[in-house]
Ligand binder design. Structure first.
Ligand code: DAK
Length: 258
């Protein structure tokens, strides 16, 4: 598939997907979401890739769903095309880690897409919000659910009911983003972190991601039980032997991803 609304590149074992509809602040039309889905699937299947970065421009990660494309849809349209479910959620299904590098606006579906990633690194100009209420809509790609789990009911409710935007500092304070970097260094820093992750044992990275995600799907005791079983299983990997031997021998481990 040739891409017109996104750019893709690889840097070593890192794939970078850049949302690229500058005239619409990267608003998600159908084509962009189809392309994003295709790119994520492609990098997921590529053994050379160990981690992905999803980013936008300095002004906007994404200003949400394309309001102009959405405006004329009826209930029967969104129901029959399975709007959002059809092509919005590949990012939340990928087993490889995916980092959102958010500069500028991450609004509506843009905020929701960032929340589907494994963690968010924010530029110091980032602004997060769920402004759908002001255009006669509501979050439809997980905003009411993920925000409530990640930052708590009070802030999630306020953001969804008022459309108030949160700046990078507030987002870091309440745990929405892992950290803030100067906007000019955002892309480079996200790639640096992604390279670090891609350099670890791939199967262990996969299992670690799965285990953290389980925290949002189950009770604490079931989650800890899941973690313990997975933890025991990593002793079957050559990479566990190599990692611990390398520590004892004061050298860098060479992981074989097995
Ligand atoms: N859609 C389409 N075009 C957009 C856009 C968007 N979301 N956001 C910006 N643009 C376009 C503007 O129309 C403008 O285009 P031209 O007029 O130049 O042709 C261009 O991008 C630059 O935008 P501005 O001129 O407005 O730039 P400013 O710097 O003045 O303002 C802004 C930036 C981000 C504050 C502003 O553009 C803004 O408020 N944008 C809309 C943000 C928003 O409301 N996002 C939420 C979208 S709704 C569901 C239904 C809906 C949804 C989910 C599920 N179901 C049916 C299940 C919800 C989805 C959403 O995300």
């Amino acid at each position: 598939m040739a891409y017109e609304c996104i750019l893709t590149e690889t840097d070593g074992a890192v794939a970078v997907i850049t949302l690229n509809r500058p005239d619409a602040l990267n608003a998600f039309n159908r084509q962009l979401m189809d392309e994003l889905t295709d790119a994520v699937k492609k990098f997921e299947a590529d053994d050379a890739i160990g981690c992905m970065v999803l980013t936008g421009s300095e002004k906007a990660f994404a200003a949400g769903a394309d309001i102009k494309e959405m405006a004329s849809k009826d209930y029967i349209d969104v129901l029959s095309e399975d709007f959002i479910t059809a092509n919005w959620e590949e990012v939340s299904r990928t087993r490889k880690p995916i980092i959102a590098a958010v500069g500028g606006y991450a609004l509506g579906g843009g905020c929701e897409l960032a929340l589907m990633c494994d963690f968010i690194i924010a530029g110091d100009n980032a602004k997060f919000g769920q402004p759908e209420i002001s255009i006669g809509a509501m979050p439809g790609a997980g905003g009411t659910q993920r925000l409530a789990r990640f930052i708590g009911k009070s802030k999630a409710m306020e953001m969804c009911l008022t459309g108030r935007m949160m700046d990078a500092e507030e987002a870091e304070r309440c745990g929405l983003v892992s950290r803030i970097v100067p906007k000019g260094e955002l892309r480079e820093e996200a790639i640096r972190v992604a390279k670090q992750i891609a350099g670890f044992s791939r199967p262990i990275v996969t299992l670690t991601k799965e285990s953290v995600n389980r925290a949002y799907e189950t009770t604490l005791s079931e989650g800890v039980r899941f973690e313990r079983r997975v933890f025991h299983s990593i002793f079957a990997f050559e990479d566990q032997k190599e990692g611990m031997a390398a520590f004892a021998e004061k050298r860098k481990p060479v992981f074989k991803n097995r």
